[in-house]
Design a protein around this ligand. Sequence first.
Ligand SMILES: Nc1ncnc2c1ncn2[C@@H]1O[C@H](COP(=O)(O)OP(=O)(O)OP(=O)(O)O)[C@@H](O)[C@H]1O
Ligand SMILES: [Mg+2]
Length: 363
Amino acid sequence: MLINGKEEAVKSCLSPSELKGQVFCYSSRNVSKRNCCFTDFCNNETLHLYPRLPLLVQRTIARTIVLQESIGKGRFGEVWRGKWRGEDVAVKIFSSRDERSWFREAEMYQTIMLRHENILGFIAADNKDNGSWTQLWLVSEYHEHGSLFDYLNRYTVSVDGMIVLALSIASGLAHLHMEIIGTQGKPAIAHRDIKSKNILVKKNGTAVIADLGLAVKHDSNSNAIDIPVNHRVGTKRYMAPEILDDTINMNSFESFKRADIYSLGLVFWELARRCSVRGIHEDFQLPYFDQVPSDPSVEDMRRVVCDQKLRPSIPNQWQSCEALRVMGKIMRECWYANSAARLTALRVKKTLSQVTVIKDVKE
Ligand SMILES: Nc1ncnc2c1ncn2[C@@H]1O[C@H](COP(=O)(O)OP(=O)(O)OP(=O)(O)O)[C@@H](O)[C@H]1O
Ligand SMILES: [Mg+2]
């Protein structure tokens, strides 16, 4: 814990009020574990990592990670698998040129009450100077399946597998979008870059939403958004029609949530195509693969989505499977040109949880 700004290890039982945000479980091999391990620190209490680990602890963690292999490259930096005390962690390394993106993402992940089973678990941020340049690290939980994009390219999913994935993605998005009022509350957050590459698949078949670098927070008291917003920041292929044709109302935070929902519908389409029923499924494709070139411009997208009003096609055979029929209906209701008519993340979540209930009743 931090005592007078210095990091000190105290081996004693602490009261729950002393535990909050100040302590993490050194005895646990897994830093993201929040339950007491009942060994060194005998707290017999649930340890809270939020609002965040003390900065010194974050630095200590980052500096004892051994990088193992590079696992991917994105617009900002490279992602590595690293080892920390025998556990795998993911390390996203930004160059100092992208400092603002690093800072923004670290800041978003450390929003009070953000932690959720369907949001990527943040561990630490650190800046390391090796003498010649500065490396900016963002450490998070590691998920060996990689992104939903990687996963769907490799595997098909069962009906149950599809619903579990869809429900967990909707739950993560509903949590982001929701404002929780109170001192331990959280602001509403819009993601602004929902796509299959920014969702990771966990070992247990559920998913987490990652990449919060473009997200915006809403202050409901002042009705202000926390950063000046640049309207076309996401991935062009997944941009909502109102972003493509620049008719989005930037003064209303609702607009950003509605644009996320449109992108969610596209992710569900990618997922449902890979759902195998009696051995029948589609190959993996990105949305609008048959309408636009591989790196589409805003203009390419606008022509298809706004002018021609096209949306990804829904295969006829989805009508013969209840879960796929529901998924198809949800997608259409996420894709309306009129953003106010779209479903909310909470509604999507409720509809999907009923699919599971109906199935349970039948069994
Ligand atoms: N926590 C993680 N666990 C496992 N793999 C991860 C993790 N974070 C990222 N990856 C892998 O690293 C890849 C690169 O991630 P990154 O977010 O940098 O770029 P991207 O999402 O592919 O593209 P973009 O820059 O457009 O967001 C991902 O596609 C995924 O395969
Ligand atoms: Mg990404």
